[in-house]
Design a protein around this ligand. Structure first.
Ligand SMILES: Nc1nc2c(ncn2[C@@H]2O[C@H](COP(=O)(O)OP(=O)(O)O)[C@@H](O)[C@H]2O)c(=O)[nH]1
Ligand SMILES: [Mg+2]
Length: 297
């Protein structure tokens, strides 16, 4: 299956939740009542109140005309531009993958390793989730499958120390990309943020030759709740982009609009499955086309 077809397939439920709303509207006259129904349906797709209100406004302004085209254009304008698509950066780069447990950090770290390697980059994996034995094991399996070097230390209780070792190895190997899988839970969110900040400083102060990027994984299934989680991270850490995971199979994919709008975190990648290649470097025009998808129908 071609990749864009796969993306289209993965977005099916979100697309249905959006297009159902417009199909219902299309059968009726645009008036107060039908617009209110549109608003309710769009809210159910987790677009967030601000985004929904702006869409309804576009429909209202274009009532009697082809408002679908205007809505598509409007949605594209709400998404980050394509210049920042994927993981663009200078090299070498240390990429921290942060986020709440279960949102897909470890899987995404492996997918990113695959992505960067396919771009011709030399990659190292660093496993700093030293709080759970299973975490190291999971990353080890990916590293074997990818045949990419992994630096981790199950005996260590010091993520920053493991990171230091990992970056030392990355430097010695002249790696282009060091991908850092982090812990998602400590005793408190405060401890977690302090730990992540410490790691950030290790890169910045001890390995200044590395650019730093931190990406937050956000589970699309959590809808608006995921924004609350993400806000905690952005309040404490420099976050350069979001990776929206598990977009396959969810109807709540509208969250992508709220994310850019409310938290000003540009989406860099979208996870559309559990395999290594199931990572989509985000391009807004393509994405919106997949969400409405008349080309494929
Ligand atoms: N369907 C689907 N599952 C995903 C995706 N990303 C991660 N997962 C699954 O989500 C679960 C948690 O992922 P994991 O990487 O362990 O999360 P972590 O706790 O943040 O490291 C695993 O079962 C993954 O296979 C995705 O894009 N789509
Ligand atoms: Mg993990």
């Amino acid at each position: 299956m071609k990749f864009l077809d796969k993306l289209f397939h993965a977005l099916r439920r979100t697309r249905e939740s959006l297009s159902d709303a417009f199909v219902a509207l299309g059968r009726r006259r645009v008036d107060g009542e039908s617009l209110e129904e549109l608003e309710d349906s769009l809210l159910a797709a987790d677009l967030g109140i601000k985004t929904v209100e702006s869409i309804v406004e576009v429909v209202r302004k274009n009532a009697g005309k082809d408002y679908t085209a205007a809505v598509k254009e409007h949605l594209i304008s709400l998404l980050p531009g394509d210049s920042g698509s994927g993981g663009d950066t200078s090299y070498p780069v240390a990429v921290m993958v942060v986020g709440v447990n279960g949102t897909g950090k470890t899987t995404t770290t492996a997918k990113l390793a695959n992505y960067y390697r396919n771009q011709g980059r030399k990659v190292v994996l660093i496993g700093t989730d030293t709080y759970r034995a299973a975490a190291a094991e999971q990353l080890k399996i990916w590293s074997n499958r990818l045949n990419i070097r992994l630096v981790c230390n199950e005996q260590s209780r010091e993520p920053a120390a493991v990171l230091f070792d990992g970056l030392t190895a990355a430097k010695a190997m002249q790696a282009d990309v060091a991908l850092i899988d982090t812990a998602g839970r400590l005793h408190t969110a405060k401890n977690l943020m302090a730990e992540l900040n410490k790691m950030y400083r290790v890169i910045r102060d001890r390995f200044p030759e590395f650019a730093v990027r931190s990406f937050i994984t956000i589970d699309a299934n959590l809808g608006q709740n995921s924004l609350v989680q993400a806000r905690t991270f952005t309040e404490h850490l420099q976050i350069d982009g979001a990776i929206l995971t598990k977009m396959d199979g969810t109807a709540k994919g509208g969250i992508i609009f709220a994310l850019n709008n409310q938290l000003q975190i540009p989406v860099k990648f979208v996870g559309i499955g559990e395999q290594l290649e199931d990572l989509y470097p985000f391009v807004s025009g393509e994405y919106v086309k997949s969400l409405f998808g008349s080309d494929h129908e």
